[in-house]
Design a protein around this ligand. Sequence first.
Ligand code: T1G
Length: 648
Amino acid sequence: MVVSVRSVQDVAIVTIENPPVNAISHAVRQGLLDAKQQIEADPAIKAGIIVCADRTFIAGADIREFNTPPKEPHLPDLVIALEGGKKPLVAAIHGTALGGGLEIALGCDYRIAINSAKLGLPEVNLGLIPGAGGTVRLTRLISAEPALDIMISGKPVSADRAKNLGLIDATCDDDLQNSAIAFANRIKDEPRPSQILTRMADYDRAALDKKLTAGAAKARGQNSPVAVCQAVRNAIEMSAHDALAAERKLFVELKSDPQSLALRHIFFAERATSKISAIKGVPAAPVNQIGIIGGGTMGAGIAAACLLAGFDVVMIERNDEALAQGMSRTKATLANSLKRGLITQAKHDRLIAAFTGSISYIALADADLVIEAVFEDMEIKKAVFDALDQACKADAIFATNTSYLDIDEIAQSTINPTRVIGLHFFSPAHIMKLLELVTTKTANPTAIATGVALGKRLGKITVPSGVCDGFIGNRIMSAYRRTCDYLIEDGALPADVDAAMRDFGFPMGIFEMQDLAGLDIAWAMRKRRAATRDPQERYVDIADTLCEMGRFGRKTGSGWYQYENGKATIDPTVTDLILQTSARNGITRASMTADEIMAQILATMRTEAAAILDEGIANSADDIDVVMVNGYGFPRWKGGPLFMALKP
Ligand code: T1G
């Protein structure tokens, strides 16, 4: 029974139990409708509460049902049935009340929530808008501007914020069910509040219009934010009946929009990446204390991520000065989280207390897992792992954060290679959600399972990768960066390529990105590989020339572009260099359109992805899409380079 009803004196308690997140499946909709009818028909019942079992209130409509024809009762009709009738309903919220879950709560007369609950209408993240009356009821209940903020951001609000907005009637401590019953006993003999659809909270039209214009402008080619803005306009300009009909029409259109299909694909793909068959049923090793070797940008960021996730962290550096710098980098990140209100002062102080450092590996005697993040040099890394072998307990798991060095070789240099994995974080490590878990030939299932569990605790999207040059993401990026070098030698200019990538939906183009990251990093790698490069492979040396000129990008004031006060401008020197290179190589330059540029970039991504799949480096095409969307700026609403290729 996904929906059950029991009563406590004259209050009915409707409990939904549809794990894992009480999503509104057809059975839940039917069960709730039956429960409402049962309450209305029972003379002994004066009021009802709707509560959910397990960890959360309803987290939304069941997204898995979206690709099949909807079955009655449809959710909008259920909400109307809940708000009708003679007896009041109280929604009792814990965990997250999201999407259709909040819309069901808006169909109730009252809403109460425990202090830790969150409430939102995140449909825009799926390329949709609320489709069960949420755009109308939320706008009319709490006023158009905060309603627009909630729907266009897709971000939930806290119970406290919801109370201040008038979205809920009360908050309570953890004893939710008894608080809800007490609340119901207080209101059961009171006149029912007016239905939300008959209300219209005041709003400032001028301020709203500014937000609506800004919201649509920020959409950057995405359809659902624009639809949210339209739905809010409808909610204040149309009758409730017409606004509901208009919302339904917009929702149905968006449900078959390729952008929504792509976003729903990515939603499930992200949750599937860490379901690795090789570790099914294998318990992760317990991890309480994590050692971080290296306090540079990555080491300090990883230390912050681990502290914020509740681990004890010991940072190791080679001398006192480097240790002090590394620890202060991590503490600065924690201070910033405090300043931005992401953590409380009490939590901040606990994290600082959980953070220690040493220049001696002896401090790692109790570490359960150690993440190495030192300079990208194989000999230096091997020396670190040798020291770890001497200092750490026999069952400690070792991980390297290397971006491209051979982890099999590192593992083979240790006493017990089965406990060595790669954990490739992306900078800034405490913010970027992507984590590539690199499994060596020798890694044992416990080490892999522990890496997956760590990723979950850190709130990461953990994608398994085999060992190869660049793993999944950097390998694909190196391939399409080469293609972009070919394109500028063949006739395009960096600004053309960057504009094409931005128009496609990337936050920035590949040349802007190199100037931001620094051209010297890739230059050093190209020089290291020069001796082994395939002489038959086309090689464009324009970037090398820029580096020889000391043009490393933003940090030197010029790279592919010239920088004045942080603003990029096209530099004729670079244009001339490109033209001369084409001439020197006998290439007759030909201009190309943005579509032609993107077609070549996408083709390269897919070719490299196919090789990665053939070599067994990635487990699935979906995993590769997840990497490109979460680590390389591929527009989420296009689903990834491989999902796009499947489009009819
Ligand atoms: N439908 C189906 N399955 C869902 C689901 C949903 N709405 N939400 C989560 N799951 C599954 C998920 O795939 C995973 O499955 C498991 O639950 C745990 O999820 C009409 C149209 C609630 C904050 O967009 O944001 O209502 O991998 O790993 O990190 O207007 O899930 O275990 O097999 O993410 O603790 C609107 C989406 C829907 C919320 C929990 N609602 N979900 O996070 O667990 S559209 C949403 C989330 C809608 C109406 C519209 C998160 C979470 P498995 P998880 P988590």
